[in-house]
Write a protein that binds this ligand. Structure first.
Ligand SMILES: [Zn+2]
Ligand SMILES: [Zn+2]
Length: 263
């Protein structure tokens, strides 16, 4: 059984009812560390020390600024005896960026950050101790953030495409053909031309191109469906699922996908 939890589904502005986009795979693989990460894990009843693998997509604050809190909490609260291993998968140069972030946030408290984890920069790798391997791929987002997505393949053959932050992108479309589930961001509404984010009309085009894939929309610019203020959720094809915070999917050994709505 595969389980993917969406602990947050908002874009950088955390629209009403949403925390920053955050994906947790099988309870121990986390993609990115948004500023509210600790709160999101606590709500789910997960300790930071249970996270064994951290995958980074790019260097925007809504995906990284929770890192110093995560490491400090591990050091002093969840794993003071250093009993739990942590592997961090990121692009070359990322370790330096995250180390400076820790030094800015908690000077003097996280100087040993380099030794608190195993840092892996490979573009494709088996995630040891899990049933997953990944291939990292470049996406179309603010170039200064070195943006990437992850094609995650389970031992059973199930493929999940986590596209990070990206606008419409040939590399995503190439990989979407073979993916069972595509996790797409929808960071901007249809109020202009935004090459670095999908808009609702981009999502509709994508869905028409890949009618067989389950498309899950996160990093949403719109408020949660229960809120009347802010941007309202757009109407999208029924094959597209606009995730809400706390939603999850489960995939059984026959490849059947169940969407579990939080509310
Ligand atoms: Zn973002
Ligand atoms: Zn971004």
């Amino acid at each position: 059984m595969i389980r993917i939890d969406f602990l947050g589904t908002g874009n950088a502005f955390t629209p009403s009812g949403r925390l920053h986009a955050l994906t947790l795979i099988d309870g121990n693989i986390l993609i990115d560390t948004p500023p509210t990460l600790i709160t999101q894990l606590r709500r789910k009843g997960i300790k930071t020390s249970e996270i064994e693998h951290l995958l980074f997509t790019h260097w925007h604050a809504d995906h990284t600024f929770g890192f110093p809190f995560f490491m400090l909490e591990r050091k002093y609260i969840s794993d003071p005896m250093k009993e739990h291993e942590l592997k961090i998968y990121l692009r070359p140069g990322g370790k330096k960026k995250l180390s400076s972030l820790c030094n800015v946030g908690f000077p003097g408290s996280l100087e040993e950050i380099g030794d608190m984890a195993e840092w892996r920069e490979e573009e494709k790798l088996e995630i040891l101790g899990t049933n997953w391997n990944f291939e990292r791929f470049a996406v179309c987002h603010t170039p200064e953030t070195d943006p990437h997505g992850y094609e995650l393949t389970h031992n059973s053959g199930i493929k999940i495409l986590h596209c990070g932050d990206s606008g419409p992108c040939l590399e995503i479309e190439k990989r979407a053909k073979n993916a069972d589930v595509v996790i797409l961001e929808m960071g901007m509404p249809d109020i202009g031309d935004f090459p670095y984010h999908y808009t609702p009309s981009d999502i509709v085009k994508f869905s028409n191109k890949f009618p067989g894939s389950l498309i899950l929309v996160t990093h949403n610019y719109a408020s949660s469906k229960n809120f009347s203020e802010g941007f309202q959720p757009p109407i999208l094809p029924k094959e597209v699922c606009q995730l809400e915070d706390g939603d999850a999917i489960e995939i059984n050994q026959n490849g059947e996908i169940k969407i579990i709505k939080n509310s």
